[in-house]
Design a protein around this ligand. Structure first.
Ligand code: NAP
Length: 336
């Protein structure tokens, strides 16, 4: 085996395109497995990291190989690894400070990985880890969605939304979602009960008394969500401003907590006025939760939606497509 691999990386923030380079294969820690990556997916976090938008939350060092989830085959195991063996087909979302899945190999802690669903091919499996965990953590871990509760999932046709609708239905919820008219059939096929064309209708005109909102948009749309949730309800956003509670738990420096307290002043006021709880979610790697998703997929209760597939050498075209903001489900990158 060669000691080097092909990767896509940046050397500094605001770089317009990723550079394709040959670099050494990553070194493993005792609890790591080395995975030969077959496919990865694009997530908007890749674009945000390129742009330096997440500097407040992440300590990235340059050069930075991008890519936040993967599927592949275990090539080597660390001395402490107990859950996997060479040859296993696995998928996962690596630790946020050890990303780099637009690459032929990644060294990843075994706790951040699960076995690939047997009934998905590699490209399909690559569509799951980051958005699957995000949706599960928002709907199950944070909002504790119960049968018959009414939940709004913003951007139901996106990478997160296409999975979140299905998980919310598995939890027994009544699901409303927003998208454009062209995607109505798609979100309906995933189980959406009520569909809102965000170009034509505003949330507060058509929805009321909701138990929960899973917000993937942020900004004004997040603020408007407070109008449709009943007192005691819950809004979780993956695109809004991180709240102070998150900042403390995440261990951010005091000055960053103060910055976020000021930035979320309006949301805190809305929380008080409406008696609706707001949380920012920054999803976490979690091999155990991913294995629950594997089970749901193998039971045919959850399936990925793929928009397009690109080769690693065309990574910049794939990022441009994601940047345009209208992907239907996931964009997949295949390795050579
Ligand atoms: N904090 C975290 O841990 C975390 C985790 C995952 C994702 N995120 C964030 O969540 C956001 C969504 O991620 P994603 O992967 O789902 O993105 P995505 O796949 O790129 O989203 C594209 C989809 O969004 C729809 N859309 C765009 N604007 C909309 C609007 N105003 N209302 C309703 N739908 C709209 C588009 O539909 P049309 O074609 O109809 O416009 C398209 O189908 C991103 O900002 C991402 O960074 C955060």
């Amino acid at each position: 085996m060669s000691n080097t691999m092909q990767v896509a990386l940046i050397n500094h923030y605001k770089q317009k395109e990723l550079d394709l380079k040959t670099v050494p294969i990553p070194k493993m820690q005792p609890n790591d497995i080395l995975v030969k990556i077959v496919a990865a997916s694009i997530n908007p976090i890749d674009l945000k990291m390129m742009n330096g938008d997440l500097k407040l939350l992440l300590n990235s060092t340059m050069p930075l190989i991008l890519g936040n989830d993967f599927v592949g085959i275990v090539d080597k195991i660390g001395v402490n690894v107990t859950r996997f063996k060479v040859g296993d087909k696995v998928y996962g979302r690596p630790d946020k400070n050890r990303i780099g899945t637009f690459a032929e190999y990644i060294a990843v802690n075994e706790n951040d990985v699960a076995l690939k669903p047997k009934n998905l091919n590699y490209n399909e499996a690559a569509a799951i880890p980051l958005v699957g965990l995000t949706s599960y953590q928002a709907l199950h871990d944070f909002m504790h969605i119960k049968p018959n509760q009414k939940v709004l999932i913003q951007a139901g046709s996106g990478g997160v939304g296409t999975i979140a609708i299905q998980i919310a239905k598995q939890l027994g919820a009544y699901v409303a979602t927003t998208t454009s008219h062209k995607n109505f059939e798609l979100v309906k096929s995933l189980g959406a009960d009520k569909i809102i064309d965000y170009h034509e209708e505003s949330l507060s005109e058509v929805l009321n008394d909701y138990d929960a909102v899973f917000d993937t948009i942020g900004g004004k749309s997040l603020e408007e969500s407070f109008k449709i949730v009943k007192p005691g309800g819950h809004i979780v956003s993956v695109s809004g401003i991180p709240d102070v509670g998150f900042a403390k738990n995440y261990g951010l420096a005091k000055w960053k907590q103060i910055v976020l307290k000021i930035a979320t002043h309006k949301l805190s006021k809305l929380e008080q006025q409406t008696q609706v709880k707001y949380n920012f979610l920054f999803m976490e790697p979690n091999g155990y939760e991913l294995s629950l998703l594997t089970q749901l997929i193998e039971d045919e209760k959850l399936h990925p939606i793929i928009d397009r597939t690109f080769k690693l050498e065309d990574i910049n075209k794939a990022l441009d497509y994601s940047r345009a903001g209208h992907a239907k489900g996931k964009i997949i990158i295949t390795m050579n």
